[in-house]
Design a protein around this ligand. Structure first.
Ligand SMILES: [Zn+2]
Length: 156
């Protein structure tokens, strides 16, 4: 670290302490050149994930927004709040594991749909219809055919 007094880059750490919250370390340093002391702080960088929308606009990853979308899709369906929380947590973990700072909204949407589809078919269809913004009913039917066929094969 460069000394703030004499600008020489040669110092030794004489004391290190972790801050009360555990997210920062304070270091007392002594400049080997001029002998003066100064302090540096090392902090955890808050993870920031942005969602890149189709039009290129970025907005912060918002778990509450995802959850409220899921809640709407699951209205009057036998899905518990815990199950929705689990989906949100899965989705969040996946994004932070696979992306550094930005995730594509299409990736995010598909991920949510995949999880929802495993959980509840009706909720999945509702979510997909809002999310995909189907241009006409044929697109919608086309998209749903494989799911409906699957549902027929394995009735619950
Ligand atoms: Zn110095």
């Amino acid at each position: 670290m460069r000394c703030p007094y004499c600008r020489v880059d040669n110092d030794k750490v004489i004391d290190s302490r972790t801050g009360q919250d555990g997210f920062a370390i304070r270091r007392r340093r002594e400049c080997v050149h001029c002998g003066r002391r100064f302090t540096t702080y090392e902090r955890v960088e808050e993870p920031v994930m942005n969602v890149v929308k189709k039009d290129g606009i970025r907005e912060p990853f918002n778990r509450e927004k995802i959850k409220s979308g899921l809640k709407k899709a699951c209205w009057k369906r036998p899905v518990s709040d815990d199950q929705l929380e689990a989906i949100v947590a899965d989705v969040e973990n996946d994004c932070y594991a696979n992306f550094e700072t930005e995730v594509d909204s299409a990736y995010l949407g598909n991920l949510i749909m995949k999880k929802l589809r495993e959980l509840d078919q009706v909720a999945f269809v509702r979510f997909a219809s809002v999310y995909r913004e189907f241009k006409d009913v044929r697109d919608f039917v086309h998209e749903l055919q494989p799911i409906l066929a699957e549902a027929k094969r394995s009735p619950k």
